[in-house]
Design a binder for this molecule. Structure first.
Ligand SMILES: CCCCC/C=C\C/C=C\C/C=C\CCC(=O)SCCNC(=O)CCNC(=O)[C@H](O)C(C)(C)COP(=O)(O)OP(=O)(O)OC[C@H]1O[C@@H](n2cnc3c(N)ncnc32)[C@H](O)[C@@H]1OP(=O)(O)O
Ligand SMILES: Cc1cc2nc3c(=O)[nH]c(=O)nc-3n(C[C@H](O)[C@H](O)[C@H](O)COP(=O)(O)OP(=O)(O)OC[C@H]3O[C@@H](n4cnc5c(N)ncnc54)[C@H](O)[C@@H]3O)c2cc1C
Length: 670
């Protein structure tokens, strides 16, 4: 088939670009070799038989059941393709931010029913099992003989893990654990793939041995027969029903009726139960929560990727869409030329870069701390936990806001399922809740910050990410200059100031006679604000420093663009938080006006590169799945082509006319 022509607007936009798009793509991927490899994987998947979505009825028209079956068919075929690839390639980076397997969105549009298998089941087996268990289970999980999920949340409790009700009681006479769901609220509820996909799962349950409860621990549990896939006796399993998004994730429920599993089914890297029922404690009981920390860390770079998908759609559409006539007798401008539109779009693009570089930095910190933990050194674990919590929470909330802004920037067409913005919205919004709910994670970081504040009052802090607190003691009002380093110092002063205020409020409540827990609750709005401010201080500092560092590794033309994006991100947030800056620095109305002017200058400087910037994200049309965002910009043609796929358009008159409308019309005549 002849290549369809690229829309003239996009041809012109691409000519305006001042930097080498391919150079930026390689930087985003982490190097030329990574870009080549990613493209190789994408070509392999897109061209593999049985995976193309091109000529299919769009999945939104399928029933709930058909949609799941379609997702399973494709996810299975995709796995086969990857299995072939893994025979000759190193695939370990599937568990790192540079993972090249995001191509799966080109196969299953929404969430794959295998997401939890690769995202949490396999990592938990790898990181929580002892070496013998890893040797036995991991090959089976990696080859999909064991299809798994991570079953922790229950109907009654998701946040409060110590409150989980599922029990695993050790019976030394048979050397087995007895799993039981004593109440309705103890049923597992939510795990992805649990409903009809998984035959195994990691179950988090309260461990009882010798009549003593030792808290929650992970167990590997078979739930379905490997031949027939029937639920095993003592297992009640099913699907929880439609949700806002995640339609093909196959989220399920699970109950146990005195269901027996062998002693060695407990994941025993950290804690153990011996044959006689003796309990050996973990060096640190929070190691059981390790998979959650791992996923929270990965979510930050994944959000950057989702922003790159949504941004590509909205920016390309904005270059193709013309609307209104500000100047009489002149053509309608591209909506991308409206400065308000640039304000909606460019901060989303800049945020994608800020999250990617901060996410990579967080991943490096995580890898270092986990290495230390494996040698028995847990010193940095609290700081890592505090960082992962607030970054996951704030980035997911910001990303959801940015995706919504991208959708709004596409006007009515952004509301179409065929734009793919609604599905991306559903995927991103879910991250605010799963893997630790927003407020709950912010309060975890606040616990750390309160301790850090107490430490800082002695003039020293042990952890580098809060060293700014000591600076604040010397000078609690930053002397303002409109420079990046002052803006960063400003965010640190705001964080320190808000931590101090929250801490003082907490102390005041305690001194007034409140229990610490009640005082904490009373101060919790301020504590969440303090966590947010701390996170903004981290995001602004790390994203700026990383972008500056990267700019020294690329050509001058690209360096200029990277610095513009980094500055835009800093100024955007300085302006957003101008009230806070007024409290903790000498910033003046005049400084703020100058920053606003600079912000608008940056929008104008970025404008010619808008299409180049999203082209550099290099999200293929097959992965973008969007009528509005395709590389060729044939927006209207695609919207019509997709509309014509509606089953309602298969016949000129729908039968409901004869059944309902006609009788209604006839009655009107009487
Ligand atoms: C955009 C697409 C993204 C794609 C991402 C990629 C892959 C994704 C794959 C799968 C994800 C898909 C679906 C999601 C699946 C799930 O949601 S799984 C379920 C997740 N559940 C949670 O996250 C539960 C949240 N709750 C908790 O983590 C804990 O219960 C709690 C809130 C932290 C409280 O725990 P508790 O035991 O009560 O602790 P307490 O508050 O008393 O604190 C005690 C001290 O322990 C410290 N601590 C707590 N957690 C950790 C930890 N993980 N590591 C280190 N330390 C920890 C805490 O700070 C306290 O310290 P103090 O010194 O006492 O202050
Ligand atoms: C799409 C999706 C996929 C998921 N996949 C999985 C999965 O695969 N496996 C799995 O085990 N789980 C999964 N979950 C469950 C998820 O991890 C939990 O829903 C999440 O951790 C939040 O817990 P919760 O639902 O109990 O919320 P709740 O804790 O009940 O939250 C409700 C409200 O109460 C507030 N609140 C609760 N505790 C406190 C507190 N201490 N202080 C202040 N406010 C508080 C919260 O801020 C929130 O506003 C999934 C959830 C979703 C939405």
């Amino acid at each position: 088939m002849a290549e369809k022509k690229v829309c003239e607007d996009l041809v012109k936009e691409r000519k305006k670009c001042t930097f080498n798009v391919e150079e930026l793509t390689r930087l985003i991927d982490g190097g030329e070799d990574k870009t080549m490899e990613r493209r190789e994987v994408e070509d392999m998947v897109i061209n593999a038989g049985g995976l193309s979505t091109k000529d299919e009825v769009p999945e939104e028209y399928l029933s709930h059941k058909e949609r799941y079956e379609n997702a399973i068919r494709k996810a299975s075929r995709l796995f086969e393709v990857f299995r072939e690839y893994a025979k000759t390639h190193d695939t370990t980076d599937a568990f790192s931010p540079t993972n090249k397997y995001r191509v799966s969105f080109g196969v299953v549009k929404d969430i794959s029913p295998f997401m939890l298998h690769m995202g949490m089941f396999v990592p938990t087996l790898m990181n929580q099992s002892d070496p013998d268990q890893v040797a036995e289970w991991l090959p089976k999980a990696l080859s999909m003989q064991y299809i798994g999920t991570y079953a922790q949340t229950e109907l009654g409790h998701g946040t409060f893990l110590r409150g989980l009700e599922t029990t695993a009681t050790y019976d030394p006479s048979t050397e087995e654990f007895v799993l039981n769901s004593p109440t309705l609220t103890s049923y597992k509820w939510w795990p992805g793939g649990l409903a009809h996909t998984a035959n195994h799962c990691v179950v988090v349950a309260q461990l009882y041995t010798k009549g003593v409860c030792h808290g929650v621990h992970p167990f590997l549990v078979q739930i379905r027969d490997l031949e027939t896939h029937m639920p095993l006796e003592g297992i009640k399993v099913g699907e929880i029903g439609p949700k806002l998004g995640f339609q093909t994730a196959n989220n399920g429920f699970l109950g146990f009726n005195h269901y027996r599993i062998p002693r060695r089914s407990m994941l025993m890297k950290n804690a153990q139960v011996l044959k006689d029922g003796t309990y050996i404690k973990s060096k640190n009981d929070k190691l059981t929560y390790g998979t959650m920390v791992f996923v929270r860390v990965l979510i930050v770079t994944d959000l950057a990727y989702e922003l790159s998908r949504a941004g590509t759609i909205a920016v390309r559409y904005s270059a193709v869409r013309h609307q209104s006539q500000p100047k009489p007798n002149e053509p309608e401008p591209q909506i991308l030329d409206y400065v308000t539109q640039q304000h909606k779009l460019f901060i989303g693009v800049a945020t994608s870069h800020a999250f990617r570089v901060t996410g990579n930095w967080l991943w490096n910190s995580y890898s270092k701390v986990i290495k230390d933990v494996s040698k028995g050194n847990m010193d940095q674990l609290p700081e890592l936990h505090a960082l992962a919590c607030c970054l996951k929470a704030v980035c997911s909330r910001d990303a959801a806001a940015r995706v919504e802004e991208f959708r709004l920037a596409c006007g009515g067409h952004g509301y179409m399922a065929s734009s793919n913005l609604p599905i991306i919205n559903g995927i991103v919004t879910a991250t605010i809740t799963y893997e630790g709910e927003f407020t709950v994670l912010m309060l975890q970081t606040a616990r750390f910050l309160v301790k850090a504040w107490k430490e800082a009052t002695t003039g020293k802090v042990k952890t580098p990410t809060v060293s700014y607190l000591v600076e604040f003691f010397k000078n609690d009002r930053v002397i303002w200059e409109n420079t990046p380093s002052t803006m960063i110092k400003g965010f640190q002063a705001i964080a320190a100031g808000k931590i101090r205020t929250a801490y003082e409020t907490l102390e005041k409540h305690v001194k007034s006679g409140m229990d610490y827990e009640d005082a904490w609750n009373s101060a919790s709005v301020q504590l969440v604000n303090a966590s947010e401010a701390h996170c903004r201080a981290i995001l602004t500092e790390i994203s700026w420093k990383e972008m500056v560092r990267l700019s020294t590794t690329v050509s001058p033309s690209l360096a200029q663009v990277l610095l513009q994006l980094a500055e835009l991100y800093l100024i955007y947030w300085t302006l957003e938080k101008r009230g806070d800056h007024l409290m903790y620095s000498t910033i003046t109305r005049d400084d703020i006006q100058k920053l606003q002017t600079r912000y608008e200058e940056l929008l104008a400087l970025i404008r010619p590169n808008a299409i180049g910037l999203v082209d550099a994200f290099d999200v293929r049309d097959e992965i973008l799945n969007s009528t509005l965002g395709a590389y060729d910009g044939r927006v209207y043609e695609r919207l019509m082509e997709e509309a014509l796929k509606s089953p309602l358009n298969a016949e000129p008159v729908n039968q409901s006319f004869h059944k309902y409308l006609k009788p209604l019309m006839l009655k009107a005549k009487l």
